[in-house]
Design a protein around this ligand. Sequence first.
Ligand code: SME
Length: 166
Amino acid sequence: MSGAEAEAPDQVRGAPDYESLVQRVAALVEGEPDIVAKMATVACEVYWSDGRFDWTGFYRVVAPELLKIGPYQGGHGCLVIPFSRGVCGAAARTGEVQIVPDVDAFPGHIACASTTRSEIVLPVLDADGQLLGVFDIDSDRPDAFDDRDAAGLRRVLEVAFGGKDA
Ligand code: SME
């Protein structure tokens, strides 16, 4: 299979060029220690990178087992999410990426927008492996996310918050 053929499914699906996104985010946040400034930059860059992404944003760990809204792009996001609730809570609780192809089938999903059909939520870790919060992306398309998104977005978060090189 030629390189062009191998890339075709991603282009049809509209996945962003994650390598470019990683490089851009790394350049923008280089030397910036402020976590909220970095979250705002990542939420913006990811939001505008792909038409599938309706809402991008962070929920920050502000107390034991408690997430609070951070920087985001898109419509109104709910303010507080306990670790025990929703897809964001599951990502914070388990430390694992959550890919939800159908939000209506996820027990305890918190509906901030009735248009949301699917979502992906990744844990956000600092360089010491400490949980800073979660990064939530919602889509109005069903089954919008897969492992390629998880891998690409994980890299974006690593260069922004984990002190890893691009
Ligand atoms: N998707 C989340 C709720 C937050 S909003 O979608 C912005 C959840 O169920 O965890």
